[in-house]
Write a protein that binds this ligand. Structure first.
Ligand code: ACO
Length: 175
């Protein structure tokens, strides 16, 4: 038997569901739902979707939940969201915006968009666009003066379609 879809009220969410953009909710196909990450999403395939993006090591449920709780205990900082297929109660899209507080720009904040991924079978249906719109809404409603992200050259056209522009360069040093 397929697991039944859990409504927001039945879940322990990382941040309030009211912060999800109402227009984005409306624009999603009726068989999909967008919401904050929930403490039980380890069982809904969040790591499977992330593996579309990069190497994912399964830490086990208790370590996953500890990470969820660590993010939740830093209020107004981490905003991971998911798109769920209602029929299967499985996650088909993920993304996160992290709010960085600064001393410059009048104690301004910057939103960093991270870890965007859409299940291979669901790509090309505007889910990536909806995730970016929802994260940008959270960032702007948090008072961020800009929202930024790093991406490959191949993904530049996608982010341009989402209203983002290429600016400066990314530097990285892996440990
Ligand atoms: N090149 C050119 N155009 C693209 C590309 C691309 N690589 N990807 C999407 N688009 C276009 C679409 O054609 C669409 O255009 P349209 O409005 O003219 O029809 C528009 O961008 C919106 O596309 P979506 O359907 O919303 O894209 P999708 O749901 O497939 O999500 C994503 C895009 C997230 C890049 C997905 O392909 C994916 O998960 N890729 C693998 C993981 C990945 O690379 N994630 C991004 C890493 S960067 C980061 O996390 C900050």
């Amino acid at each position: 038997m397929a697991p039944s879809f859990a409504s927001d009220d039945a879940l322990e969410l990382l941040f309030p569901a009211e912060l999800i953009c109402p227009d984005v909710r409306q624009q999603l196909p009726a068989d999909l739902h967008i919401r904050p990450l929930a403490s039980s999403d380890y069982h809904r395939g969040q790591l499977d979707v992330l593996s579309v993006l990069t190497v994912v090591t399964d830490p086990g449920e208790s370590a996953w939940v500890a990470q969820f709780n660590a993010m939740r205990s830093a209020p107004k900082t981490y905003y991971p969201i998911v798109i769920v297929d209602k029929a299967s109660d499985r996650i088909v899209g993920v993304g996160c915006v992290f709010i960085e507080r600064k001393f410059l720009r009048g104690l301004g904040s910057v939103g960093h968009i991270e870890d965007i991924a859409v299940d291979k079978n669901q790509q090309g249906k505007k889910l990536g666009l909806r995730i970016i719109q929802a994260l940008t809404y959270i960032s702007e409603n948090s008072g961020c003066y800009k929202t930024i992200l790093n991406c490959s050259d191949a993904n530049i056209p996608f982010y341009q379609k989402c209203g983002y522009q290429k600016k400066e360069n990314e530097m990285a040093k892996y440990a």
